[in-house]
Design a protein. Structure first.
Length: 242
């Protein structure tokens, strides 16, 4: 099940307000240009920020996400109706012949079991054309990002248009590597309502990810730095090999 921040109808509209700085998406736009991708599948598209940017550059885009509340936010941004929005996951994408599939943010790390990750890779593989590409990022385990999260106890308050001021607080709830769990708690100042969203990510090492791609029928072409977060992320560029 998707985390509450993506699936709860009252929380999903907050996502963009608290994560407004999406410098990470610039790299994906550049890679799409580099690979000459015309048809793009955005796996775990969330509120549609990247999908809308890709479509705005003339690409055919399919966005898939298991959280209906996030898709509703995404659809509200798609003013021309050019994007195909699919309520589902990587294993249920009803498309084929895609040039490029992407997973931004933490999407690649929400697949907690080996079976779930393998099925996701298989689903994307089926959607790609022969020679198509899969590009995604994943946090470097050795950077130990959760230690920064645990040290950051400050509350952040954002004024969300149409909603009012909302406070957010982050708490790391468990570290049992390779799994890290954390909770965001939101307080709506207008009515005092408090809602929480619990998340768990799996931190896979570079060699583990590369081996899973090869086993899934991909060829790893490159592993890059995330330009906006040097030393913190791997950006994998893989090609459908079979």
């Amino acid at each position: 099940m998707p985390d509450a921040i993506f699936a709860h109808p009252r929380l999903a509209p907050l996502y963009d307000a608290f994560d407004a700085d999406r410098d990470d998406l610039t790299a994906y736009l550049a890679i799409a240009d580099e690979l000459g991708a015309d048809r793009v599948l955005d796996v775990g598209c969330g509120t549609g920020s990247l999908a809308v940017l890709l479509a705005g550059r003339g690409r055919t885009v399919v966005g898939v996400d298991p959280a209906e509340a996030s898709l509703q936010v995404a659809k509200s941004k798609d003013r021309t109706g050019r994007i195909t929005w699919v309520h589902g996951d990587a294993t249920t994408v009803p498309v084929s012949g895609v040039d490029l599939a992407v997973m931004t943010g933490n999407v690649a790390q929400v697949f907690l079991t080996d079976d779930d990750w393998t099925e996701a890779l298989q689903g994307v593989h089926a959607a790609l054309r022969p020679g198509g590409h899969l590009v995604f990022e994943t946090r470097r385990p050795e950077y130990r990002a959760w230690e920064e999260w645990a040290a950051d106890v400050a509350q952040v308050t954002v004024d969300v248009p149409g909603i009012g001021s909302v406070e957010r607080r982050l708490e790391v709830t468990d570290v049992s590597l390779p799994f890290v769990s954390f909770r965001h708690t939101y307080r709506f100042l207008a009515d005092g309502a408090v809602l929480a969203s619990d998340s768990t990510l799996r931190f896979r090492g570079r060699d583990e990810v590369a081996a899973s791609l090869v086993a899934g029928g991909y060829r790893v072409l490159d592993v890059r730095e995330a330009p906006d977060r040097p030393g913190r992320e791997f950006v994998f560029i893989a090609e459908r090999a079979t």
